[in-house]
Design a protein around this ligand. Sequence first.
Ligand SMILES: Cc1cc2nc3c(=O)[nH]c(=O)nc-3n(C[C@H](O)[C@H](O)[C@H](O)COP(=O)(O)OP(=O)(O)OC[C@H]3O[C@@H](n4cnc5c(N)ncnc54)[C@H](O)[C@@H]3O)c2cc1C
Length: 378
Amino acid sequence: MVGAGLSGAVIGRTLAEAGHDITIVDTRDHIGGNCHTERDTATGVLVHVYGPHIFHTDDAGVWDYVTSFVAFKPYTNRVKTTARGQVFSLPVNLHTINQFFGKTMRPEEARAFIAETQADTSIDTPQTFEEQALKFVGPDLYETFFKGYTMKQWGCHPSELPASILKRLPLRFNYDDNYFSHRFQGMPEHGYTDLIARILDHPSIAVHLDTRFDRSKAGEYDHVFYSGPLDGFFDYELGQLGYRTLDFERFTHDGDYQGCAVMNYGDADVPYTRITEHKHFAPWESHDASVCYREFSRACGPDDIPYYPIRQVKEKALLADYVKLAETTENTTFVGRLGTYRYLDMDVTIREALDTAQGYLDALENRRPIPTFCKSPL
Ligand SMILES: Cc1cc2nc3c(=O)[nH]c(=O)nc-3n(C[C@H](O)[C@H](O)[C@H](O)COP(=O)(O)OP(=O)(O)OC[C@H]3O[C@@H](n4cnc5c(N)ncnc54)[C@H](O)[C@@H]3O)c2cc1C
């Protein structure tokens, strides 16, 4: 198993329980992959080292799975944004709309107001992110809440991004400010690394940290599950798949820095996209001092950590070539967010890992070939 993140841990555990011996390697000096959390020694705050992670899902099976290993604490993600000199509530909801336009509209009044005075009805079939936003929310809300943030996040103008990135109607006409609308939401009480350590805690699993896998070692194992970057497996021989990376500027503060876990910055001239204050991700704990991350997004270079796959036309063409190459590779299955070049929330990662492991066991039992991908990356 290459990678000691969620994919590696869940596949490894499922196969270990079915009687297989599992070796897990990771280049990093810790388990947990990008979900890694660690306690800051100076402040005692639990820090989400590679950016904040909130667990949310509609998949009752996945919720039962994670809560069978550790206790989860209630946590509801409520995001604010600072834009044009004011603080607003996100996702854009009735409170945001009333505050922004200085009104006291009820839901149906606000819906009619947006449709009749804001939305650009001249756009029939939006092709780009910008057209989609103008069609549904109009120029004022678009400029304030969507444009600057999106430009910083993706490093390009919203007119260069596909309409599909934005939901059909990205507004709520009620006061619901819960960022996610899934049935289950929470945080593992002692962090994600603790959760993943419990998943890995099995006598048939051996974990080797600070250990890089390369494909010349594949023959040493019955089968390899690879959760590293798909292009990296082939030493980037066809070129590099495009990603955005993140820089985190960490700072500490005596007291409460911003009063909430996530504060977005919507204005294009503020260089960072958001500030996260990690102690607010654990509201059941109490800490005097605080650890915050100022988050900057930029193009991913060869030595950077790949975070968000870009998946535009150019990248998808290269991806198709790598998929063909992968399909000629023996005894290897590509899994997880990097192995399949997709953005995957943790619950989806776990669901796919459980299904991948089960698919492998079924294939062995029925003497069927083991698939290279359990979910097509294309
Ligand atoms: C900024 C950000 C915020 C996110 N927030 C959320 C959130 O709020 N909620 C949510 O549900 N999901 C969130 N996610 C998604 C979550 O991070 C992923 O679902 C999860 O990390 C996927 O796990 P994985 O095991 O597939 O990959 P990873 O966690 O990336 O693990 C892959 C591991 O493989 C190792 N590796 C790579 N190549 C090699 C090699 N050649 N040899 C040895 N080891 C190697 C890496 O070191 C890494 O540890 C977020 C993602 C990002 C980028």
